[in-house]
Ligand binder design. Sequence first.
Ligand SMILES: *Cc1c(COP(=O)(O)O)cnc(C)c1O
Length: 426
Amino acid sequence: MSNSIETIALHAGYNPGNGEPRQVPIWQSTTWKYSTSEDMGKLFDLEAAGYFYTRLQNPTNDFVASKLCAMEGGAAAMLTSSGQAANFFAVFNICEAGDHFIACANIYGGTYNLFGVTFKKMGIECTFVDQKLPIEELQKYIKPNTKCIFGETVTNPTVDVLDIEKFAKLAHDNGIPLIMDNTFATPVNCRPIEFGCDIVTHSTTKYIDGHASSVGGAIIDSGNFDWMAHKEKFPGLCTPDDSYHGITYAEKFGKAAYITKATAQLMRDFGCIQSPQNAYYIQLGLESLSVRMARHCENAQKVAEFLANDDRIAWVKYPGLESDSEYELAKKYCPKGTCGVLCFGVKGGREASIKFMDSLEFATIATHVADCKTLLLHPASHTHRQLSDEQLEEAGISPDLIRFSVGLEDPDDIINDLKQALDKIS
Ligand SMILES: *Cc1c(COP(=O)(O)O)cnc(C)c1O
């Protein structure tokens, strides 16, 4: 198989045999039939591989997961019902009550709340850190019970680029894995595993779907983290599981241990399965992802340059601008471009920003991002309204910040829409 992401996106995962459907079929079935009680029993013991109930595994989902796995350069992968479920499973698969983990403060609002509020209720403590700190400073946050580090490749909404190698070193120096949410960059623009990341997550709801059709998520494991070398930290993977007849995942499943455990335990107990129908839509999205990402980046670059040169704009943040704080990191980790999302503030602060947003014609206000249509949102009054001003500041979000997700329309039309809205406030 080619190593090119364009070709992998079209051909990995599903290889139909003679006379079989070219496109992945939707296996719209909850259950599978077996001839003998023993055949079925082996599946429940994880002794044989096979399908029996869609909450645990479904062939459509598996084909799509293996395509995404190939695109990320991973060893095993699973789909989840949403990006929230993916990040929940990714951390909860290795953390339990009494454990601690580190997350970059600058992450998606929903993830921030999951980690800071909901995990706390489950007895898991998260420390949020400033991702720009030098490694020696970050090291001070590591405790004996710290089990993983979490960050976003390109952060939502502030489009900061994570220094993956710095965080991979920090994690590995301390015998713990680095988990990265690669939703914004997608495997087309960055493959975090190539820079030392251990586990990648996605909200496939965003660019991967790309057409605002299906909420979904995914977890891809590189298979590179040596759990048995840090046995005492990861008893869930390295000691027998009583709920599966004493199986030790890290011994029995090798590079697939982490995903097998997440499927066998978390999917079994929490049931955040992706519907096969949605997995099918994700598969369609993956096929065109590389073409769409290139166009999103091209359009966003033009929009960013327009905004940077308009004196009614207070500031603009896009890693593709040479003056941007993220320019160098983006060149290293996302040489093809980061994504279509950018942020800016309109002069006149919060009030002017709101008036400007309400004046746009086709760029729509929506609680969504990374879509084929141009969308925008004001985090302080929408996605992040649960956060205090102090937490907003910690997450790098100013009250006037507008998150602008550049779509696939003609870039001149997008710029003209921005121009006419700016004319209304000046
Ligand atoms: C949207 C998003 C999520 C949550 O995903 P859902 O599919 O909405 O549950 C997680 N991480 C990032 C970076 C996101 O943009």
